[in-house]
Design a protein. Sequence first.
Length: 346
Amino acid sequence: MIPLGEGPVVCVGETMVSLVPEHSGGDLAAADSLRLAVAGAESNVAMYLADHGVPVRWVSAVGDDPFGRRVVAEVAARGVDVSGVRTDPARPTGLMVKSPGEHGTHVHYYRRGSAASALGPAVLDDPAVRTAGLLHLTGITAALSHSCRALVDAALRGPVPVSFDVNHRPALWPDGPVLPPAERICPHPSQRTDESAAAVLYDFADRADLVLVGLDEAQALWDDALADAAAVRALLPRPRVLVVKDGARAATVFDGTDVHTVPARAVDVVEPVGAGDAFAAGFLTGLLRGESPVRALRLGHLTAGAALRVTGDHGPLPDPALIERLLAADDAVWASAVADGDLPVH
């Protein structure tokens, strides 16, 4: 695994107010009422890390408005240090609205010109960031503005180890949909100099100490022919630790030359939003505790399951004793554990 400093994990990125139709599955256009929540990849990771007892700080900016105060209060209530969050008197807090539908949930963003979109490399000079033992960033931040992209670039040049979740959100990139396959794979992503999501996210992922990416994400961004986790590793050989998530099937970690794959457990999915962030937090928790790669992957799966079982981004973790039993279980027991978290009776 990667060497870490003694400071807290610091997660940097935007968190927005989220509005969702009050009745599950309701059409947004016909909704009479909306439920208010908060949503942000980096704060999701921070809150799940706090749930696991990991010292963590969230650094961002919000508007000087009720939404900003709501966001900061909710993240702080989860045990996350929010001392590095700045209030911007001139820019608003970002907003997202979820529109449930028959074929999944569509998200409408209202975040252009938001307080967090004005973040830049100067954030890294803040004492709240300089004392980090690990800095967690995502591709979402890279998509928000040129200054945010410069922030990620500067972090990858700095002394603090960086974990980077690719977290590709096509709607946030000015180039719109990713390029056709022929243009994605020729030339190699490392040789591209354009500002597309494929080129920028490849550059950042290739320079990070630890990278998390979905197999489907890598295929959509860089090459439809990437058949498995090993193919993604061949494309991204430089990160010390690479985690490739294959949906509900499995996750694989490449730690130097070591490779470990852990199948996911069956979960009754209510909504998939936030599961990737939860997985990242679980895996990072295992890393920070000095767990084996297999146990770290299992903790990632278990934490993701907490998010999959709820309509929001954040669900309660299983009982700590149950988590420990599942982490210690042999492979056969792990694979046969049922969705509600009970170990099979022998």
